[in-house]
Structures are given as C-alpha cells and as structure tokens.
Design a protein around this ligand. Structure first.
Ligand SMILES: NC(=O)C1=CN([C@@H]2O[C@H](COP(=O)(O)OP(=O)(O)OC[C@H]3O[C@@H](n4cnc5c(N)ncnc54)[C@H](O)[C@@H]3O)[C@@H](O)[C@H]2O)C=CC1
Ligand SMILES: CC(=O)C(=O)O
Ligand SMILES: [Mg+2]
Length: 371
C-alpha cells in the first residue's frame, strides 16, 4: 500500500503520525511510505532519518494527498485540507466528529473512508489509540492548571502543594478514566487535595484502592458537583462517552458559585467539552476568562510535547496501521472488530451511531460496506 504522512498544520501541532522506526516496519512489509518535507522535524525526526529507512520525502502536502492510498495523520483535517482528500482514500487519524459538524459534512461529501483513532475499541471497552494521548494530556492538565493558578496570569494565586502551615490547593477531576487518573496522580504527587468523580462505580472502587490518601472519590452528580465547586482551586474536565458529544457537567450558572481565579481545564474539549463555557483554544492563546474564572481548553494538548507524544502515538497506532496496509481497510476491519469500531464515515455514509445522532444524520450499518 502507498502510505502518506502529511505535516500537521493545526496551530502548534508539532506531532507527526509516524516515527522513522514506524516507517521502517511498514517498508519492511513491502509498503511505500511518503513523508512530507519536514513533517517530523518538530518531533525530533528530520527528513534524513526517514530517508535512511527507505521512506520518500515529498515537497508539498498536495503531493502527499495525491499519491497516498492511506493518509496517516494526528489531528483531524482542517478546512484547507478538505479539498485535498480523494474519494476512497483511507484516512487514519483523530477526527472527534461529534464536536464539529462542518468536518463531518466535508468527509461525507468527499466520499473518503474515515477510520478514527478515538473510537478504535478493544473488547474490554478500552480505547487503545486514545490512551497514549490521554496519558499525556492528563499529566499536562495538572501542569497547566498549576501554572494558570498563578496570579500574574489571572489565577487565584494558589500553590497546589501548599507549604508547611498553609493548606494545599484543592483539585476536582470530572471523569476517572485515563485523563482523569493521570491528572489526579500528578496533582496528588504535588500534594494537592484531590477529588475524582465518575458515574462508573467499579472505576471509583478501583481508584479508591490505588490512589494515595490525598485522593478521594465521589459519585458524579449535579448535586455533588454543586456542593464541591465553591471550594475548588482547579477543576479538570475529563469525561468521555465514546464518539459522542461530552455532557455539560459544569453549566454557565455554576461559574458564579466558584471563587475568583479558579482554573477550569477542559481536556474533553475535543469532544465538545464538559464545561458549558469552554470553547476550543490554541497553544498560542490557551486561556480566556469568563466571570473571573480562567478557562484552558486546548484541543491538542499533546502537540506541545511532541518528543513524548509522537513516539507514544506511533507505539499504539503502528500494529493497526500494519494490519490496514497488509490487508486493505475492508479485510482488516472485517477480521478485526477493534478496527471496525474505528470506522466513522465511509463513502458518504455515517457508520458510527453517536456521530449520526450528534447531527441528526442518517445512520448506516457499517456491515453494508464490509460484506
Ligand atoms: N484536549 C486534548 O488535547 C486531549 C483530549 N482528550 C480527551 O479527553 C477526554 C477523556 O479521555 P479519556 O480519559 O481517555 O476517556 P476514558 O474513557 O478513559 O474516561 C472517561 C471517563 O468519563 C467517565 N464519565 C462518563 N460520563 C461521566 C459523567 N457524567 N460524570 C463523570 N464521569 C463520567 C467514564 O465513566 C470514564 O471513566 C476525551 O474526550 C478525549 O478525547 C484526550 C487526549 C488529548
Ligand atoms: C486525542 C487528541 O485529541 C489529541 O491527542 O490531540
Ligand atoms: Mg484533541
């Protein structure tokens, strides 16, 4: 198969979809890998490293889209890329369709095959291609939250760990999955008082067992959220309903119950956010303030630490990319249910229910395209 790796053009997106090591594994299996000029540079992988394993460098993004049967990307295509995508081309990347209708409509219109990293799902319901970036974003959420609590950047002026004689900061984590667990671990490590909320009691039981004593668990409900927000310094949004728009757990009216300078980090922003007042921001302008509450809503947090993130992402995507390249998407998805669940849009049909429901679009059973 011919595989194309374009440069990421979203704001401050420094990751690339494939390391030179990943390219080598595909090339060894008889595939051809084209990489756009300098696509890996910001992740620490210059062109020469790709060339040394047999990948070919192409000068422009147009050339990559033009030649490739499978495009491997990190972030969803942005508007300037829509016109480059061809009918029947396989796109293997994050899409987060339910949060952005124009992207969904564009991918329906261009009749491509969209296999979304974030909905590839194992039998145990885990999301193997989301996990590594959630691990990064969860750890970063606490780091960013701690930074924006500083007064010069309009935060409350609280040091999360406190000092002897002064209470530590308080952190509320909404959602105890991968992002939430990593965020809580980092906050607990700094010495903060942490509360994790989830609606999955088994998950809360597990977290209760493994977390240190400065982390407590609470069932996630409106009443419990309203009770806790007035005393929190940092609130981290980390809920997910796979493929769907995130539920709004923090509503606009709740902001008035928070203390001035409280920091909200909505990691779930890429699925539409779980804080009503959040809208996507960029690494260039990561925060905005509403009612004296600091909002951080960067939709590609791992893009700021590309050395770590690119390697972690390729580690997870490579086995699936090899399967897709070896068998073609149809056979690979027929034989591997995990990959089948990644299919969101195929040749004009929405085949992922939560995406169809998000925009009231017709849902088509994926089997129509697999048999
Ligand atoms: N902004 C960014 O750069 C990044 C964003 N993300 C996003 O972070 C979000 C979380 O991802 P993961 O932790 O991997 O998901 P996950 O599936 O591991 O965890 C989500 C948790 O939310 C819980 N949940 C669902 N409804 C809830 C509710 N009403 N109240 C409390 N908890 C609830 C689930 O039970 C689950 O434990 C996703 O939207 C993901 O796309 C991930 C990586 C980077
Ligand atoms: C998961 C995701 O949205 C990201 O890594 O940017
Ligand atoms: Mg994202």
């Amino acid at each position: 198969m011919i595989i194309g790796v374009p440069i990421e053009i979203k704001n401050n997106e420094n990751r690339v979809a494939l390391t030179p090591g990943g390219a080598l594994e595909l090339i060894k299996r008889g595939h051809t890998v084209y990489v756009q000029d300098n696509a890996g540079f910001n992740s620490g992988f210059p062109n020469e490293l790709y060339e040394s394993v047999g990948a070919k460098i192409l000068p422009t993004i147009e050339a990559v889209y033009d030649i490739a049967e499978m495009i491997m990307k990190v972030k969803e295509p942005i508007e300037s890329e829509y016109k480059l995508i061809k009918e029947d081309q396989l796109l293997f990347t994050y899409f987060h369709f339910a949060s952005y209708e124009p992207l969904t409509k564009a991918m329906i219109e261009n009749r491509s095959v969209c296999l979304a990293y974030e909905t590839v799902e194992k039998a145990d319901r885990s999301l193997p291609l989301l996990i590594p970036m959630s691990e990064v974003a969860g750890r970063m959420a606490t780091q960013q939250g701690a930074k924006y609590l500083e007064k010069p950047i309009k935060g409350k002026g609280v040091l999360l760990g406190g000092v002897p004689g002064v209470s530590p900061g308080r952190v509320l984590v909404l959602g105890g999955g991968v992002v939430g667990t990593q965020a809580a671990k980092m906050a607990a490590g700094l010495g903060a008082q942490v509360t994790i909320m989830d609606i999955n009691l088994d998950r809360l039981r597990y977290l209760n067992d493994v977390m240190p004593a400065n982390v407590v668990t609470r069932y996630s409900s409106e009443v419990n959220i309203r009770e806790l927000i007035p005393i929190m310094d940092l609130i981290i949004g980390a809920v997910l309903i796979p493929g769907a728009k995130a539920p709004n757990l923090i509503t606009r009216d709740m902001l008035k119950d928070m203390q001035k300078g409280t920091v909200l980090v909505d990691v779930a922003v890429d699925q539409g956010g779980c804080i009503e007042t959040c809208k996507p921001t960029t690494h260039e302008n990561p925060t905005f303030i509403i009612d004296d509450i600091v909002h951080y809503c960067v939709a590609n947090m791992p893009g700021a630490v590309p050395y770590t993130s690119t390697v972690a992402l390729t580690n997870a995507t490579l086995p699936y990319a090899i399967e897709l390249a070896n068998k073609g998407w149809k056979k690979a998805c027929n034989e591997n249910r995990e990959l089948e669940l990644g299919l969101n849009v195929i040749k004009g049909d929405v085949v992922y229910k939560a995406v169809a429901e998000a925009f009231d679009l017709p849902y088509v059973d994926v089997k129509k395209h697999l048999n």
